[in-house]
Structures are given as C-alpha cells and as structure tokens.
Design a protein around this ligand. Sequence first.
Ligand code: NAG
Length: 377
Amino acid sequence: MLPTWIQNGRPVTVRVAGRPITIHALPLVLIVLGLVYLVYPSKAPSYGYLPRQNTDDTLWGLHRTKSPFLVPPRDILPFHHKLPQIPDNFPEPVKPKTSGMRVPNSVHYVFGFKDVAEGQSPDELPYYAYLGMRSALLNLRPTKMYFHYKHLPTGPWWELIKPHLTLREMDPPEEIFGHKIHKFAHKADVARMYAMKRSGGIYLDIDMFVVKPFDDLLYYPTTLGMELATDSSRSPLDPQGLCNAVIIAEPDSPFVDRWIAAYESFDPDDWAYHSVAKPWQLAREHPEEIQVLNATAFFWPMWHGNEVEKVHERDEYDFIRSGQYAYHAWESLAMKYLRELSPHSIRTEDTSFHRLVRPFIGPEDDETYRKWKQGEK
Ligand SMILES: *[C@@H]1O[C@H](CO)[C@@H](O)[C@H](O)[C@H]1NC(C)=O
C-alpha cells in the first residue's frame, strides 16, 4: 500500500532550515527512485581488484538455487596450490611506497647462476647492465634493490653500482617438483618467482631499462606484460605469451602461486614454455588475478626482423613518446651494440637507444671508463 498522500497526489510540505518547501508527490517518488538507481550500481561487484567474493547470497547478481542440497559457498574448502619446497630465507617484504599500494617498494635482480670454471674469475658486470640498474634506481627509487647471486660479477661498473645494492647469496634451485633443472636460465626463472613469492616487489632482468616510474601499476597483486609473437599476422592481443623479464607482484600473490604450482609439469628441454607461454595461459584462465599490459609497455620494439638494429642504429623510435614503462634490450641479440657503449658514444650518437640510456650515465662514468680502457691495454 502506498501512503495516502501519494494516492491522493497531494503535495507535501517539509520544513528545511525553518522554511516550508512544498514538494509534489510524483516528482518526489521519481527523485527517490532516481537516487536508488544511482546508488545501486555502486554496490554491484567491482571487477578485478581482488579475487571474486564468494558470498552465500549472490555472486555478481546471480542467485543460487534454494535447494536444501546446495553446499553453502562458505563450506567449500579453500583451494591451496601445491607448491614445491621454497626457501624461506628470502628478505622480509619492504613496505609499499604509499598506502593503498600492494607491491613492496623493492627491485630484485638474479645474477651469476652460470658455473664458473675452477681457477677462473666470474665475468665483469658490463656497462649496459650498470646503466640498466641505474635506470631502475633513478626511475623506481626503491627502498631496497636486491641482488640475488651465486657468483658475484667483477670490474669497475660492479664496484660503482655495488653500494646501492643489497647482496644476497643463494644456491640456484636444482630441481622443482622432482624435475631436474639443467639450464642456468631456468634456474634463474625459478629463483625470481621464489623471490616474488616471498619478498614481492619488482623483478627485472639485467637488460631491462626503466623509462618511467611504475607507480600506477603497484596497486594490483600481480602485473605482467605481453611479448608479441614473431608472426606479424597475429593480432597484438594474441601474443606469444607474458614475458618474465619483468614481474611486479605482492608477496604470496595468487597468480605467482598459481604460476609456481604450474611447474609441476615443467619440461627442462622446453626453452620458454613455463616462463612465457604458461603465464599467458594462466592469465586467460584467471584474468581477475592479474593485470596484463600490452606489448608496448615493457617489450617493445621487438627483437625479430631488424627491430634491434633500428633501435641501435637509427633515431626513429622514441621511448619517451611511446609512453612505455621500460625497454627490454634483448641482450643476446643486441650484444654487438651493447658491448660498444661508452659514456662518450651515448652522449654523442643520436640513436633511439643512446637517447634512452643517456639520462642514466653516472657522474663517475667518464673517469671510470677511461681507467677501464687503460687497464685493458
Ligand atoms: C598498447 O597500448 C598503447 C597505449 O594505448 C598503444 O599506443 C599501443 O599501440 C598498444 N600496443 C600494442 C602492441 O598493442
């Protein structure tokens, strides 16, 4: 039953701050309905931030059966990924940069897993890797920059960057779920995921150059970027996979747990399946657990065709204008360019790459480079 004043269609008088205001019944009803309509959608589920809420009543507005046989969602046993033995001596997570952010303000590198022959000394840290780490220091401003290693690098660039790092020796993982890990690159794949699981933060490959802060990415439990397929007829939304050269994650993130658990089917002879194709498959199955960025965000330009050559020899691509967060230098394919970098060449040669790394030259680089070259002779 409606109140009599609505049935009669008579105006009502309310007093606001002592002054009487007359409201006609129909507009009043419409205003009330309008407010209800405006308020209601804000109660609808918001997509994405956290794993779906499984309430007893409704799920995304869908009603479950009233059948007495229904097992109430709260009685459904939570799912736990089956995880391998993960060392627990990784550093405690540092705090995120600001409240509301989920990802700790730390950067992680994994380095020196390659065996060093008896009597040999480990490799020098190359100048480009030093510049890459400086790009992370300058643009991400981490509380801690962790360097997980088995063999420390050597040389003048290492000595210059070392004071900014927190060194952590670790044994490379030798097996996962009973599968022996032979390739040192696969050991590094697994080690970075353990670091993300335990400490969280931003994992970067040593040939990643950070172009701008990642701040807007740090509010979600996990973020990865697409790596496009080399077949250019494929849509940019149908990538090769998600590349593990950048991993942004909170500790114990549901996606990283899922990804580690997927190593149960690890095939030590398949090069990039678990590091690139697998996370993409998992992201498609569980899109609510992860933010996926398109290929321009971290892995653009690509490494195939003459893309690497163009970046290093021409000045067509602009890493600032693209808006991208970082650039993966595909070190094994670009080595002939990366090896030749010097503070002088970076300042004087105008190519896309030289412009990209120019801001990362350190105050002592010219002097260090000069002595280094003298020492080589
Ligand atoms: C990715 O998104 C950016 C920003 O919208 C766009 O400019 C770029 O073309 C996209 N790249 C790819 C490979 O889809």
